[in-house]
Ligand binder design. Sequence first.
Ligand code: 0O2
Length: 244
Amino acid sequence: MKGLIKDKEMKNIDSEMRQELISSEATAMSMTEEEFFAHFEKSMISNQQFFMYYRCAIMEIETKFKVLNEQFSINSERNPIEFIQSRIKSYGSLYRKMIAKDIPRTYAAMEANIYDIAGVRVVCSFIEDIYRLADCFLRQDDIRLIERKDYISEPKANGYRSLHLIVEVPIFLENEKKPVKVEVQLRTIAMDFWASLEHKLRYKKDIQPETLGMLTSELKTCADESAALDKRMQVIKNIISGEI
Ligand code: 0O2
């Protein structure tokens, strides 16, 4: 599509479509899911541009963690990061969040109110690596911290553990520098293993209440046991590396 339209025309179309979305704010609150998706289809160019910002922000954040991983691997002869996973929030998940938080279905409202459209998950072997990486990352002068939630020191009631950082990172485009929000989740392999299993349970619909209760309690026990394991593994690693 871009090849057929000159850049200037494309900007006009984009701003018209943005306008259309923004001016429809009053009716947007009453849109059904189908109407919302149809609206998104119609404004394809704005849509592509909107998500492009978040894809670029993900690239910036991933690079920052990969650079830290490289440097740490030379200084401490091991890689603190096991793997990095990134995702753009799906339409369905975005839509559910807009309903839950009563956010108007506009790009501007989504950008202002939804902080995890872009998500980067950094999975480490050890808890200490999480805090060390997070500190180094947050000290970078182009990163603005918006919110920090430490679910490792204060786990959720169900046992969920991770360190969450909502940050703003600038992306450099042809004619602008744009700050974009990204949610960074840092966790250990054990926390990640637990969270992916618990996530499956959350989206399981056809489950009997008593089975759900039993699995929820079993998952909480697993979370506590795997947190204890994370701590013991950290101590073993520190002894091996002569840190204690
Ligand atoms: P998905 O599918 O990963 O995108 P907010 O984001 O501020 O509106 P909240 O609950 O205050 O809502 O944010 P929070 O607690 O920081 O959680 C955001 C994300 O962390 C979730 O995104 C999950 O990825 C993860 N998370 C938080 N709590 C749990 C939990 O109990 N279990 C699991 N498995 N993951 C959790 P989404 O949008 O829920 O899902």
